[in-house]
Design a protein around this ligand. Structure first.
Ligand code: 13P
Length: 332
């Protein structure tokens, strides 16, 4: 048993309370590799932003759970080396799908876990979430739960259709499970294709898709039921068109890739939404950079030359999210 406290990590409790009061959101960035982690930590250290490092099932399969945890431990030391005296870093399990997995993460030094039982019937979601909460809270590890279903595909989490969270269920769910934060479904979705062209309109000038707005009425109703309770938004990449265009112009094929407009995320961040999950945008930044370097220098064969540029692209992206979208800069 390793406590996250020994590793210099923190849980989300105080971070979320401050974020709700301060009208900003904490960035939750997924990581799978060293360059991504370096970029996240550099961006957070430079902007003095609290940050949540997320490990998904796909990341565990790709990079190995043990290795990722040691990388997060190393990230705390790296942040200090960068001059961030008291780093506010959470290591979070993204989309945990069983009690055993959540328990293993708690035992291994994660400071926060998500139990995503949102695809189960309501009472089963409550029972499983409660079991995880009871275990995690013994070690002061915070727990995120989910009500409602997001559409889209993210690693191994997939659903064809979304079901908005039912505001009339949230009080009962939060009370009976004891969860610390709640991921809700208001129209965001995982991946780089968040809406079909049929769900969108087209900008007559640019021909680009314009996505439908998020269901802020559902968010408002949830906040009315659970005043001051931490709300989480998954699937919140904005799919920057500059990266999509770069990728497409350099031989890629991402037709009609589309995300959540940043002004909607800005609006959400000012509310009780205090954790915003972003993964796909960094994949796009990474891919755009690699395509650019390899197109411009076809003879390049040193991965450091293109992964280094990818790291710079991601760092810029993370800083932009922190400063211009979530407003978490200077809060750690
Ligand atoms: P995106 O695919 O929009 O980046 O969402 C990531 C996410 O929600 C991870 O849980």
């Amino acid at each position: 048993m390793v406590s996250y406290k020994e590793l210099g990590l923190v849980n989300t409790r105080e971070m979320f309370a401050k974020a709700i009061k301060g009208g900003y959101a904490i960035p939750a960035f997924n990581f799978n590799n060293m360059e991504q982690l370096q970029a996240i930590i550099k961006a957070a250290a430079e902007t003095k932003s609290p940050v949540i490092l997320q490990v998904s099932k796909g990341a565990r399969n790709y990079a190995n759970q043990t290795l990722l945890r040691y990388m997060a431990q190393g990230a705390v030391e790296y942040a200090k080396e960068l001059g961030w005296e008291k780093p506010q870093i959470v290591l979070h399990l993204d989309h945990g799908d069983s009690f055993e997995l959540c328990k293993s993460c708690v035992d291994f030094g994660f400071s926060s876990v998500m139990i995503d039982a949102s695809s189960l019937p309501y009472e089963e979601n409550i029972a499983l979430t409660k079991k995880v909460v009871e275990y995690a809270h013994q070690y002061d590890v915070t727990v995120e739960a989910e009500l409602g279903v997001l559409a889209g595909v993210e690693d191994e989490v997939a659903s064809a259709v979304s079901h908005y969270t039912k505001p009339e269920e949230v009080v009962d769910f939060a009370t009976r499970t004891g969860c610390d934060s709640l991921a809700i479904s208001i129209g965001t979705s995982h991946g780089a294709y968040k809406f079909t062209p049929e769900q969108c309109t087209r900008d007559p000038k640019t021909g680009k898709l314009v996505p439908p707005p998020l269901a802020f009425d559902v968010l408002d109703a949830v906040m009315e039921q659970l005043p001051g309770f931490p709300i989480v938004l998954h699937g919140s990449s904005s799919v920057p068109q500059e990266y999509v265009d770069m990728i497409n112009s350099l031989g890629g094929k991402l037709p009609d890739a589309i995300g959540i407009p940043e002004e909607q995320l800005r609006k959400a961040a000012k509310s009780a939404v205090c954790k915003i999950n972003i993964d796909s945008d960094s994949r796009l930044a990474f891919t755009a950079a690699v395509r650019k370097v390899l197109t411009e220098k076809p003879g390049e064969f040193d991965p450091r030359k293109y992964c280094g540029v990818a790291r710079d692209f991601m760092e810029e992206l993370y800083k932009h999210k922190i400063i211009d979208v979530l407003g978490s800069d200077g809060k750690a």
